[in-house]
Design a protein around this ligand. Structure first.
Ligand code: 5GP
Ligand code: ZN
Length: 114
C-alpha cells in the first residue's frame, strides 16, 4: 500500500526504532509509549486489521504472535507479564489501518482497560 504509514516503516521510507525483524514481521517502538515497554509488531504485508490478518496467508498470524512473545523475551517483560493488544476498528481506538499488535509491559497493567 503506497499511502500506509506502517508499510512505509516496513519499507524503511520512514524511520522507526526497530527492535526485531523476522521474515514476515517487524517490531518497532511506539512513538508515544504508554508503558516502559511499548512495541508495535506488524506483518510486513498490508492487512487492515486482526480479522484480515487471521484470514491472510497461512501462518502469518502465528508469525506475528510469535514475534510478540520474542519481543517480550527480548525486553525482559515475559516473566513479569505483558499485554498484547490489537485495537480493531474505530470504536476500539484503531488509528492506523495496518494491523499491529501493541506489546505493553514493564509496569502493572490494570483490567479492564480504558
Ligand atoms: P492504534 O491506535 O491504531 O491501535 O495504534 C497506533 C499506534 O501507532 C499508536 O500507539 C501511535 O502512538 C503509533 N504511531 C503513530 N504514528 C507512529 C509513527 O510514525 N511511528 C511509530 N513508531 N509509531 C507511531
Ligand atoms: Zn500497510
Amino acid at each position: 500500500m503506497t499511502d500506509c504509514l506502517f508499510c512505509k516503516i516496513v519499507a524503511r521510507e520512514i524511520p522507526a526504532d526497530i527492535v526485531l525483524e523476522t521474515e514476515r514481521a517487524l517490531a518497532f517502538r511506539d512513538i508515544n509509549p504508554q508503558a516502559p515497554t511499548h512495541v508495535l509488531v506488524v506483518p510486513k504485508s498490508h492487512h487492515e486489521n486482526a480479522a484480515a490478518l487471521a484470514q491472510a496467508d497461512d501462518g502469518l498470524a502465528d508469525d506475528v504472535l510469535k514475534a510478540c512473545h520474542d519481543v517480550a523475551l527480548q525486553e525482559g517483560v515475559s516473566g513479569s507479564g505483558y499485554r498484547v493488544v490489537f485495537n480493531t476498528g474505530e470504536g476500539a481506538g484503531q488509528t492506523v489501518l495496518h494491523v499491529h499488535a501493541h506489546v505493553l509491559g514493564g509496569r502493572g497493567l490494570t483490567w479492564p482497560p480504558g
